[in-house]
Design a protein around this ligand. Structure first.
Ligand code: HAM
Length: 429
């Protein structure tokens, strides 16, 4: 019988890379926690309408990429392609706005998009995201950007660029769209086929076409900055000023239009200059002042971002070895009395706060010692029937080869000094 394989565009996260994931989560949790953000967990599937209304029918995400199906109750449901719409639904449905004027939220979890699979682009991928709901203050825009940069810096990632734009208000965009279509229409025949379709459906998306010929045409296109009303213009300048005050470098990019329709004013992306190939956006986000009302809540200003964890992982793997959890003891045993005693010893050492791996093979000591060496443990504990009879154990420091015999009870009694020794040994390495 042939083996069943994972679905295209999904992948297992195996033990040899889980250290990166856990480290990433730990760093994110700590940076977000220090800025008073609380975690929120929303369902992985929602009513299809939530995404159709929230993200926009004309977007690729809604038009082409959603995993949508009818459930057994004949309801159309969709695996979430992103986190913002679900967070906004939860905010409205649970009345979070009445629990405090401002909600600072973050989330981490799998998202689903039926995209062409390539390096850094999967069908099930993971996002870390944060959303601030209830503030129109440009400082909120800058705060969320600063948090994203802090997370990336704490992970030791370099070579990243922050691209910034303003997509204005819907009214600004209406004016701009007209000017853009006027400019592009004479070039219609020369645009790539996707952009030709977008000319009527979603002309601003033509600005971020990857097609070289279209890019050339777009170079001289009118810029949205010349179509922002004075208030939008002022807000855009405030965001830039405050980023500069915090020492955050950014690159103004008038062609940055995000792939989701809900954005107003600030739009940004964090791009890896090398190491990711074509899928180089590590994260992106912006302000979405109309979304809460669009989804049935009251007028609420909001801003946030999401980062793709698989892309961060690719960069981390290029930058550093996977963090490993240090094992304190590897317990080897052989003999009818020693083997059951080894189980009790391992258990009591764990209760005393040590990390312990017990060899369950009952194979020759030589084979067990080899595994102890490979385990990365600070020390090996050896238990034969002689030791078992006297309730002693041989403790062998794997770095130096130094070995001593001691009563098993001493390991527990001297746990504090042993832990200090293990810590000093592992730090020295
Ligand atoms: P997005 O730009 O669609 O924004 O996705 C954010 C990030 O998720 C991307 O920059 C990328 O790193 C990652 N990503 C997206 N699609 C894939 C994929 N197929 N495979 C791997 N990684 C992927 C949003 O989703 C918005 N909800 C962000 C936001 C939050 N805006 C405001 N608040």
């Amino acid at each position: 019988m042939s083996a069943i394989e994972a679905i295209k565009g999904t992948r297992d996260i195996l033990p040899d890379e889980i250290g990166y994931w856990q480290w990433l989560e730990q760093v994110a949790r700590s940076v977000l926690g220090r800025a008073a953000y609380c975690e929120i967990r929303t369902p992985i599937f929602e009513q299809t309408d939530l995404f159709a209304r929230g993200i926009g029918e004309a977007t690729d995400v809604v038009g082409k990429e959603m995993y949508t199906f009818m459930d057994k109750g004949e309801r159309s449901v969709t695996l979430r392609p992103e986190g913002t719409a679900g967070v906004v639904r939860a905010y409205i449905e649970n009345g979070l706005h009445v629990k405090g004027s401002l909600q600072r939220l973050w989330y981490l979890g799998p998202m689903f998009r039926y995209e062409n699979v390539q390096a850094g682009r999967q069908r099930q991928f993971h996002q870390l995201g944060c959303e601030v709901l209830g503030s129109a203050d440009p400082r909120a825009d800058v705060e969320v950007i600063a948090i994203a940069i802090d997370i990336l810096t704490a992970l030791g990632l370099t070579g990243l660029r922050l691209d910034l734009n303003s997509v204005g208000t819907p009214r600004d965009r209406q004016r701009y769209r007209a000017a853009l279509v006027d400019y592009l229409t004479p070039y219609q025949e020369k645009l790539d086929p996707d952009s030709q379709v977008r000319l009527t459906r979603n002309p601003m998306r033509i600005l971020d076409s990857k097609h070289p010929e279209t890019q050339k045409i777009v170079q001289d296109a009118p810029k949205i900055w010349d179509h922002l009303d004075p208030e939008s213009q002022q807000r855009f300048e405030q965001v830039q000023q405050q980023l500069t005050d915090l020492g955050i470098d950014f690159h103004l990019n008038p062609c940055l239009v995000r792939g989701l329709d809900y954005y107003t004013h600030t739009a940004f992306e964090i791009v890896a200059e090398t190491g990711l190939g074509a899928q180089n956006a590590v994260g992106g986000g912006g302000r979405y002042d109309g979304l809460v009302a669009e989804l049935g809540g009251s007028e609420t200003s909001a801003v946030g971002w999401a980062m793709g964890l698989e892309r961060l992982l690719l960069l981390l793997q290029q930058a550093a070895a996977a963090p490993v959890t240090q094992l304190d003891f590897y317990v080897v045993s052989r003999g009818t009395h020693a083997e059951p005693q080894s189980l009790r010893l391992a258990q009591s050492l764990r209760h005393a706060g040590f990390s312990v791996e017990l060899d369950l093979s009952a194979s020759a000591f030589g084979k067990q010692f080899k595994r102890a060496d490979r385990s990365g443990a600070a020390a090996c504990l050896i238990l034969g029937d002689d030791e078992a009879a006297q309730s002693t154990v041989q403790l062998k420091w794997l770095g130096s080869g130094e070995q001593e015999s001691m009563p098993q009870s001493q390991l527990i009694e001297q746990a504090t000094s042993l832990k200090a020794k293990i810590q000093s040994l592992t730090q020295r390495e």
